[in-house]
Design a protein around this ligand. Structure first.
Ligand code: NAD
Length: 295
């Protein structure tokens, strides 16, 4: 499989397609809104431009898309003049856009009915990683045929991880981004407080890199306690609540509004009102599952 079709050669798609070309694949692309700059970069590496999806699908067995939203992916896969309507019956479609997992599953199901294999394979990391070919790629779809696409994904990423059935790549990507995006604000609030309180920032970062703050609960406190079904104290939730209030109070005196800390305060207060008061702080994992009616 040396012929690849690529749909959407923007900020991420262009360097990703470039890395496929550098690995000696033939690549044609379809992007009606492509910038002149990206077009030139791809032409210089030997790419061919196609003016329709029908044209793109004629020779290529593998079609990759890297588009902004779920409705764009739906349009090129299920819409008029889309992948589902093509006569090439050996198509494998890999969508690398970040979209809602249920959209990935729905598109996969409809394409499968026409015997077109689909993988959701969104990417983690930055544009610089797309340029270097060091993306994290999270793949969902049929494991049996996964080997057919793995080599191509390796041209774009240094970490290609098979996550499970259709939709699992998109699901993993969204979950990872949830944690990164929320902790970004907690990090910004924390370092603002460090700066405003007159603590040396490098010292604070080094210090916090050795605690749950910097190492993360998934790596440090949960494996030691709640993952082992041990939620006896430890560091009690009542004390965690007290310390959270101290931080909010101190920040107020420094003129900093800890918005995310105040949001989390309500959750600790509700847990501490009940049986979680004297349990270890990692028992908050059980509390969150309990209020969401999980196991
Ligand atoms: P972008 O807007 O730069 O590129 C999208 C490209 O798709 C554009 O060239 C556009 O012309 C093209 N396009 C739009 N509709 C099309 C259609 N119907 N047919 C063909 N081409 C079409 O976006 P991007 O930054 O490359 O992001 C693409 C995806 O990657 C998004 O889902 C984004 O969330 C995800 N992502 C982006 C980054 C990043 O740092 N930019 C990092 C990780 C993941």
């Amino acid at each position: 499989m040396k012929d690849i079709g690529f749909i959407g050669v923007g900020t991420m798609g262009c360097p990703m397609a470039s890395n496929i070309l550098r690995n000696n694949y033939n690549l044609s692309f379809y992007d009606p809104y492509v910038s002149e700059e990206n077009k030139k970069k791809l032409f210089d590496l030997g790419a061919i431009e196609k003016s329709s999806i029908a044209d793109l699908c004629i020779k290529n067995e593998i079609i990759i898309s890297m588009l902004p939203n779920g409705n764009d992916v739906e349009e090129i896969s299920l819409g008029k003049d889309s992948i589902i309507n093509q006569s090439n019956k050996d198509l494998i479609f890999i969508d690398m856009s970040t979209i809602l997992p249920s959209d990935s599953i729905n598109i996969n199901k409809k394409l499968n009915e026409k015997n077109i294999e689909m993988y959701d394979a969104p990417v983690g990391r930055l544009v610089s990683n797309a340029i270097d070919g060091t993306l994290l790629i999270m793949v969902g779809g049929n494991k049996n045929n996964y080997s057919k696409i793995e080599k191509i994904l390796n041209c774009m990423g240094s970490d290609v991880i098979y996550c499970g059935k259709a939709g699992s790549g998109s699901t993993m990507k969204i979950i990872n981004n949830y944690m990164s995006i929320v902790s970004n604000i907690v990090t910004a609030e924390t370092l603002s407080l460090v700066d405003k309180s007159g603590i040396n920032r490098e010292l604070a970062i080094k210090l916090m890199s050795s605690t749950a703050a910097g190492k993360g609960h998934m790596n440090l406190t949960y494996p030691a306690k709640v993952f082992k079904n041990d939620v006896g104290p430890g560091f009690k939730n009542s004390l965690a609540l007290k310390d959270l209030k101290l931080a909010i109070n101190h920040a107020e005196k420094e003129g900093i509004d800890l918005v995310s800390g105040k949001g989390v305060l309500k959750t600790y207060e509700a847990a501490v009102e009940g049986k979680y008061k004297d349990l270890d702080w990692t028992a908050m994992f059980n509390y969150i599952k309990e209020i969401n009616n999980l196991d």
